[in-house]
Design a protein around this ligand. Sequence first.
Ligand code: COA
Length: 331
Amino acid sequence: MNHPSPLAEIVSTGRYLPDCVVTNDDLAKRMDTSDEWIASRTGIRSRRIAGPEVNAAIMGAGAARAAMDEAGVDPGEVDILILSTATPDRWLPSTACDAQALLGCGNAVAFDLMAACSGFLYALSMAEGYLCTGRGEVALVVSTEKMSAIVDWEDRATCVLFGDGAGAAVVRPANGSSRGILASHLRSDGHLANLLYRPSGGTVEPMDADVLERRSHLIRMEGREVFKNAVRSMAEASDIALRRAGLTAADVDLMVPHQANFRIIEATAKYSGIPMDRVYVNLDRFGNMSSASIPVALDEAREQGLIGDGSIVLSAAFGAGLTWGAMVWRF
Ligand code: COA
């Protein structure tokens, strides 16, 4: 079967996870919830939480160093650093610039990309475009999320879902190789912004005592609506990306979906025709780390030998925006 010729490939991956493990039982000690409720509805059993000294740039730089070490890339070789985050350390400058300084990537264009949980796939697609137009040889894609800083710890319906962590990938032009990004499909729909958002704290309703009192600078979510949209969008995007790659579900060696909810993953895999023994799941240990979920899962799956030379991997993501998409790689 003819596959499109890839323009860019992931040559290495890395991850950073804070040490502190918070289990569902730990949460049940501080709010009205239970391991049974959380695990049965989401599949999540624990998550990592970063301490006050660990911010998004530090986690991102940790993941990036691991990826750069594996690829044998020196900081000065990085031409572009795209950092996806929904939890920037500060509003100005970008967290990418803080990570660039920590890493010493002195020759890199660095900027943040905000596409919530779809951020890794969006950032890879931007890196692919930058590299294939000849503007650089090495792209560093970093997804880092300190979700614990933006969830409302008084809202048990959302705070139990998220965790902190970072993942990264070094991306290079494919240069005629058959490995790389075979196809992708990315979309957004801002009409559904209010399903998952932080109402205040930006320029529309700047932070003040009233915002703090109402806690409206923290995440608000319509869980059920998000659930329905997630399954529909990820399944459809996976289908389109596979078709564009000239492949079918039977060709997929491993699916690495965004890790929001086990039931969302199961339903998406079912729609896509991929059995669960070919789907990578780590949300039981890490919860939803927004855009960091996919690269952390990819890195673990490569380490465990689930992805090897020539493996066809399908990834699908969904998140605030709404944003969603899917990508197919040959490793
Ligand atoms: N512990 C115990 N009870 C809880 C709870 C918790 N952590 N959170 C909510 N509840 C309660 C609610 O108060 C509600 O009680 P009520 O019936 O007395 O009002 C009940 O459980 C059911 O709440 P509901 O929101 O209808 O549950 P649900 O079955 O829709 O599951 C989610 C909630 C959030 C798990 C589910 O909607 C979901 O996973 N949605 C997708 C969210 C997501 O993944 N977002 C990120 C996308 S990137």
